[in-house]
Design a protein around this ligand. Structure first.
Ligand code: 26V
Length: 805
């Protein structure tokens, strides 16, 4: 596409949708016109792909997920379509750059963190790999809240993203369907078998909105279909004729709340009716859609497993299982056994956490009330499964109860997923082992072949190519551009590990990215950051298990050193935090406050601040991460071993040349193997040591009693910062109930402190070695591309062919 064609396209949109001439258009109007033009190109491309697909009659994957944390789309699509030059030139006549327009776009924050961002990265990789794919989620009116810190305390503001974000969405009225809640179910045996009637239900209309996601140099375009809930307007003629005009116009149910807002908690499961409605709304609309498309394209539903792989991303869309059973049996006349065979051959499930608090269990009576037919089907799935278990394990009550889908009036969604899926995977090598040994051990012994691993990956074109063009220019000079399409080629960069001119350029680029970030932070939040200090960054959701507190403990020890001797020679460091806490997660909010107060305390002491700066970046989101990753030098991945399923931020830092300080947790383990233990800073207890210590009895006071440094940190917490005591944190670490220091910050502290010391001296004393390590991290990061993850899913789980193959 040429510059001229692009210009004509934009002009057309401006005149058609805004009735303005190019010279009269506002920046916002130009942004929207540009998005519409890109959207047209994508729609056209998708149609072409559709045609090819139709002839090929290939299998498709449907990725069900309650969250897609997309961030911005304009840059990604323009980059992937290779249209940067054309657009940049076309925009000159408006005296605008593409960069100006990128800033107009709000983040689509339809997710909490890692899980939702992974789903977004996968859509990109699916398109680039030329896989026919469709994602399904909810078109929330409000995405993840905006974070505002008021006097150190997180407050939440609504995230209004649609005014600038909706231009990406194409409404598909032809795809609307009805989702039914509540009511009664009647069963009747007839000559044709069991007939099930669902009556007295409430209807909600699901309206489809499509978003196109392009791949890089590929033919495929992924479609993300987002469902919006709408009241079914039933015009009541009787009321109307009785003259009750207003009542007649009133909506009888409040369906629309279903797609109003994303649940902002990712740490704690709550059995709320609205959340259940969201889940069923998503899966029912999506399944109806998948089945209709399948029938239209291929006809008989017994072909479903051959033509469709349906992925359940975490247990949130688990109701897809009974929903498919319902559609097959009640609406298409399948027997139980045939329906079950189709269902189990179609679904696969990924587990994303072993944290007990986050595992979903629904109250049976809630499901019975809201989804009576679904409740019956789950009960029957469980009845059959448990009776099978009794045959295999006679008399083993405890084991059978543990594996049962229903127990004590609760429905365990993870067990339902394992029983009904043909494959179950964890998201890193370690995590996939842990689930086999712990929560799914019974199932693993029964069906060892069901369990597999797919280590997470990131959209490296977004997180490296688009976020760090300066680094890419260096890579292009050294190893060519092949890595853009094939991240494994990054390994060629390793050849330059001793090339001082390359290492110098690498260091210069890092400094440049640090300066850019410091400018941005100043403009955005008025915070001062010296780009000549080390940027040590922990950016992720705020969680006890991720141990931002351990990071703080080390900072307090540095603070104390400088208090004792403000002239002490020390490598200047800037500790940067970015994190949102779930709104009702009190402990997480208290840790945010601690960091902010500590930062403020230091800010008031210029002498200390020269060497030790602490910065809390407000409202950390995808777009901020895109600026922060390239500017980072030390990446904090310090969760208690065994708790972080994988992590994906860790990979984004690595590919941008940050050095990781981390525990052997999640994908850190594989990062360490890929880059070599000389190029990463591993510390702390290993997962099995953590388990042993719990079994033996963990006593955090032991460390307090024997470690002078820790004692001082606790005392400093009690004395407080910026005029406020944080004795509650000291108590949390020492006497907390039901258990003190549940994530073992005290146990790992000394190992962490020593590692931090090592990092600091290396940075100060051997910059060449630092640059070499950084280069090795970039060179070893290729395997953490989502392209690789998706290939593994396609080959081993979905049995899906790329159009390329
Ligand atoms: C739980 C809940 C509970 C109910 C309310 C809504 C909600 C939303 C999310 C979650 C838990 C999601 C689990 C999760 O995000 N896991 C993360 O998944 C990443 C991608 O696989 C992985 O890198 C992180 O280590 C893992 O914590």
């Amino acid at each position: 596409m040429t510059e001229k064609e692009v210009r004509t396209l934009i002009q057309g949109k401006l005149s058609r949708y805004f009735g303005v001439l190019p010279q009269e258009a506002s920046r916002e109007q130009i942004y929207k016109a540009v998005v519409m033009s890109v959207r047209d190109i994508l729609l056209e491309k998708r149609q072409q792909f559709h045609k090819v697909m139709k002839n090929k009659k290939g299998k498709r994957v449907y990725y069900l997920c309650m969250e897609f944390l997309l961030g911005r789309s304009l840059k990604n699509n323009v980059y992937n379509l290779g249209l940067q030059d054309a657009y940049e030139k076309a925009l000159k006549s408006y005296e605008l750059t593409l960069e100006d327009l990128y800033e107009e776009e709000p983040d689509a924050g339809l997710g909490n963190g890692g899980l939702g961002r992974l789903a977004a990265c996968f859509m990109d990789a699916l398109a680039t790999g030329d896989y026919p794919a469709m994602g399904y989620s909810i078109r929330y009116d409000y995405g993840l809240f905006k974070q505002k810190i008021v006097d150190g305390w997180q407050t939440e503001l609504p995230d209004v993203w649609l005014p600038g974000g909706e231009v990406w969405l194409t409404q598909r009225t032809d795809k609307s369907c009805i989702v039914k809640f509540d009511g009664w179910v009647h069963e009747e045996w007839s000559d044709q078998g069991l007939k099930v009637t669902h009556g007295g239900y409430k209807e909600v209309e699901a309206v489809a909105y499509d978003m196109m996601i392009s791949g890089k140099n590929s033919e495929a375009v992924s479609v993300l279909r987002l469902w919006r809930a709408r009241n079914v307007s039933r015009f009541d003629m009787k009321l109307f004729s009785q003259g009750d005009y207003l009542r007649c116009m009133q909506d009888e149910n409040e369906a629309e709340v279903i797609s109003k807002v994303l649940y902002p908690a990712d740490n704690h499961y709550e059995g709320k009716s609205l959340r259940l409605k969201q889940q069923y709304f998503l899966v029912s609309a999506s399944l109806q859609n998948i089945i209709n498309d399948h029938k239209h394209r291929y006809g008989p539903l017994n072909l479903l497993p051959e033509m469709a792989a349906i992925h359940i991303n975490d247990t949130h869309p688990a109701l897809a299982i009974p929903e498919l059973m319902r559609i097959l049996m009640d609406e298409n006349g399948f027997t139980w056994d045939d329906a079950w065979a189709i269902t189990t051959a179609t679904f696969a499930y990924t587990n994303h956490t072993v944290m007990a608090e986050a595992l979903e269990t629904w109250q049976e009576d809630l499901i019975a009330r809201r989804l009576p037919r679904i409740h019956m089907i789950i009960k029957e799935i469980n009845r059959r499964f448990v009776s099978e278990l009794w045959n295999i394990y006679p008399g083993q009550h405890a084991l059978i109860d543990n594996m049962s889908i229903m127990s004590n009036g609760m429905i365990r969604m993870a067990n339902l997923c394992v029983v009904a899926s043909h494959k179950v995977n964890g998201v890193s090598a370690l995590h996939s082992e842990i689930i086999k040994d712990s929560i799914f051990n019974g199932f693993y012994r029964l069906w060892p072949d069901k369990f597999t691993n797919v280590t997470n990956g990131i959209a490296h074109r977004r997180w490296l190519c688009q976020s760090n063009p300066e680094l890419c220019a260096l890579l292009n000079d050294c190893i060519g551009e092949g890595y853009v399409q094939d991240a494994s080629q990054l390994s060629k960069f390793r050849k330059y590990e001793n090339d001082s001119s390359v290492l110098n350029r690498l260091t210069e680029i890092k400094l440049l990215k640090k300066k850019q970030f410091a400018d941005y932070a100043y403009k955005k939040e008025g915070v001062l950051i010296d780009p000549n200090t080390v940027f040590d960054v922990q950016a992720k959701r705020m969680h006890e298990y991720k141990r931002q507190l351990l990071n703080v403990m080390n900072i307090i020890s540095l603070y104390n050193e400088l208090k004792d001797d403000p002239n002490k020679k020390m490598q200047p460091q800037t500790f940067i935090f970015g994190a949102k806490a779930a709104p009702s997660y009190l402990m997480a909010k208290k840790i945010i406050k601690l960091i902010c107060y500590l930062a403020e305390d230091i800010r008031k002491q210029p002498k200390i601040r020269e060497k030790l700066n602490v910065v809390y970046m407000e409202d950390y989101n995808v777009s901020m991460a895109e600026r922060l990753m390239p500017a980072s030098e030390v990446s904090e991945q310090i969760s208690l071993a065994g708790k972080e399923a994988s992590g994906t931020g860790n990979m984004k830092f690595m590919i941008n040349g940050a050095l990781t300080v981390g525990t052997l947790d999640g994908a850190n383990v594989e990062m360490s193997e890929a880059v070599g233990s000389d190029n990463i800073f591993i510390f702390g207890l290993r997962a099995e040591e953590v388990d042993e210590l719990w079994t033996k009895g963990y006593n955090s006071s032991r460390y307090y009693n024997t470690d002078e440094g820790l004692r001082r940190i606790i005392e400093t917490l009690i004395r407080g910062f910026n005029g406020e005591s944080f004795s509650d944190m000291a108590n949390y670490l020492l006497t907390g109930s039901p258990v003190a220091d549940p994530y073992m910050c005290m146990a790992d502290y000394e190992s962490y402190r020593q590692t931090q010391q090592k990092i600091k001296s290396l940075y100060a004393e051997d910059p060449a070695r630092w640059a070499k390590m950084s280069l090795n991290n970039i060179a070893a990061a290729g395997i953490f591309s989502a392209d690789r993850s998706i290939k593994e899913y396609a080959d081993n789980i979905w049995h899906l062919k790329s159009l390329k193959s």
